[in-house]
Each structure stands twice: as structure tokens, then as C-alpha cells.
Design a protein around this ligand. Structure first.
Ligand code: NAD
Length: 262
């Protein structure tokens, strides 16, 4: 199947590693011209060079903290200048900090709002005019399995990830006449540094080893293992591709069957 991404301009945020990087890699492999960003310039530059070497694609990079409005404005400007208008937005950010209700003060709620919700709103506001003017655009937000089922000790995720769904559904309806398709993906347990960190925290709290924590988590996944970032990237690449012409306003779990809810 041709994903019809050749020459498309794709912006992937929080992409120096993990799910963002894997998605950017798939898009580059499909012929898109890609801008990646994340906070640290050094790792970002190395990632861009590696993706470009592996795929032969043009991969630009621009450091930006997605929770900073000025950074996002600069990122959008740089993307436009170096690659042109954004056809594909993969809206990603670092995960919110763990914690239950008693552990979270106003500052923690505000910080997670800026990191995991407002960042996407700002990015979408920035890319929609070009998408609407040309009558074609694809937006995917990387959220979490918490869009379907709350996660233990991750109240900020359980709250703001669900808000993304409302936003994505609304924009999917509002901008469908303009040819802009808006979807959300919820990763379950994909083997990245983020998940390794969460496993380490759980191991410390429970007295189990990290291996035991992982084995226990894998037992709750019908496919019996964590997913790979590459598996995730392929799903994301399809959703933002030209081959996807009829999926919009949807939320997809990439979780090996982990969430049992319908
Ligand atoms: P990761 O830690 O491997 O990578 C996170 C990326 O985000 C890095 O490139 C980092 O530099 C960047 N980043 C962090 N804070 C940023 C900021 N303020 N501005 C710009 N870039 C920033 O994590 P991951 O597993 O790839 O997770 C990506 C997203 O998916 C996170 O929001 C995470 O919570 C969510 N998620 C992942 C899983 C999973 O199974 N991996 C499950 C549920 C949710």
C-alpha cells in the first residue's frame, strides 16, 4: 500500500526518542520531509542525523519545549521557512508526572495542562490555516491508554488525556469539510525510556525487581509483551497518511489488547 506521504511536510514534536522518534522515522521512510523537535538540542540533532541516514529523507530539527508558547511559535516559523506549510502534525509531549490526588498542587495541574493539552491546542492553531487552505491535513495526538481506562497513580494523565479526546473529536467534526482528519492514539505499554522509568518507580515502591514488574505487566497484556516503538510508529504513520481517507475523530489504542473495556 502506498501511504501517499512522498513530499508531505510532517512536524513531529517530542521526537528525540521514543514514540515521537519512531513515528518520525516511519514518516521519513515513506518519503515525507520531516521536522522533529524536543527540548535538548544535542540529542535532537543526533536523532535527526540518524533518521536521515537511515531513510535518505530530509529531516530538519529545531529545539522547542512544547509547554512554552514562544518556543512553539518559533518552531512553527522555522518549519515553514525550511520545509513549507505543515501537512501532517504529530502532536506529542513528555508524559505528565505520576501522582494521585493528594500529591498534586495547583502548580502540578497547571504544568500538566500546559505540557499535555495547551501545547496541542497551540500547535493545531498554528498548522490548521495551511491545512484548511489546501483542503488536506492530518493531525494525530499521542495520548495514552488512559483515554479509555484510568491508570494507577497517573491522575494528570487520566484527566488531560481524556480532554484531548474531546478536543480531537470536536476539531474532526469542525474541519472535516476542509479535508483535515484528526485522530488520537493511546499507547498501552510500548518499550521506551518513559515506560522503563515508570517500571523503575513501581519497582522501588513495591520492593519487586524491575524485571518482576515488567513480567507482571506483560501478563496483563493479551499479546504477552510490551510493544515496540516501531510497531507504534507504523500505526501513527498510517493515520496521518494519504491512505487514510475515512478515519477521523477516532481514538485508537496500541496496547496489545491490554485495555479490556469495549
Ligand atoms: P520518552 O521518554 O521515550 O520520550 C519522550 C520525548 O518527549 C523525548 O524526546 C523528550 O525529549 C520529549 N519531551 C519531554 N518533555 C518535553 C517538552 N516539554 N517539550 C518537548 N519535548 C519534550 O517517552 P515516550 O514513551 O515516547 O512517550 C511519549 C508520550 O506518550 C508521553 O506523553 C507519554 O506519557 C505517552 N505515553 C507513552 C506510553 C508508552 O507505552 N511508551 C504509554 C502511555 C503514554
Amino acid at each position: 500500500m502506498d501511504l501517499e506521504l512522498t513530499g508531505r511536510v510532517a512536524l513531529v514534536t517530542a521526537a528525540s526518542k521514543g514514540l515521537g522518534r519512531a513515528t518520525a522515522t516511519q514518516l521519513a521512510a515513506e518519503g515525507a520531509r520531516v521536522m522533529i523537535s524536543s527540548r535538548g538540542a544535542e540529542q535532537l540533532a543526533a536523532t535527526a542525523a540518524e533518521i536521515s541516514a537511515a531513510t535518505g529523507a530530509q529531516v530538519e530539527h529545531c529545539p522547542a519545549d512544547v509547554s512554552d508558547a514562544a518556543d512553539l511559535a518559533r518552531l512553527l516559523r522555522e518549519t515553514e521557512e525550511r520545509l513549507g506549510g505543515v501537512d501532517v502534525l504529530v502532536n506529542n509531549a513528555g508524559g505528565p508526572r505520576p501522582g494521585g490526588f493528594d500529591a498534586l498542587d495547583d502548580a502540578a495541574w497547571q504544568q500538566a495542562f500546559e505540557l499535555n493539552l495547551l501545547s496541542g491546542i497551540r500547535l493545531m492553531r498554528g498548522v490548521l490555516p495551511h491545512m484548511r487552505a489546501q483542503g488536506w491535513g492530518r493531525i494525530v495526538t499521542i495520548a495514552s491508554s488512559s483515554i479509555k481506562q484510568p491508570l494507577d497513580n497517573l491522575l494528570l494523565s487520566n484527566t488531560y488525556r481524556v480532554a484531548i479526546l474531546g478536543l480531537a473529536k470536536s476539531l474532526a467534526i469542525e474541519f472535516a469539510p476542509d479535508g483535515v482528519l484528526v485522530n488520537t492514539i493511546g499507547p498501552g505499554r510500548i518499550a521506551t525510556d518513559r515506560v522503563a522509568g515508570l517500571d523503575a518507580t513501581r519497582a522501588e515502591k513495591s520492593g519487586m525487581s524491575i524485571e518482576e514488574v515488567r513480567a507482571q505487566a506483560e501478563k496483563s497484556i493479551p499479546l504477552g509483551r510490551y510493544g515496540t516503538a516501531e510497531e507504534f510508529g507504523k500505526v501513527a504513520a498510517f493515520l496521518v497518511s494519504g491512505a487514510n481517507t475515512y478515519l477521523t475523530g477516532q481514538a485508537f489504542l496500541v496496547d496489545g489488547g491490554m485495555v479490556k473495556a469495549l
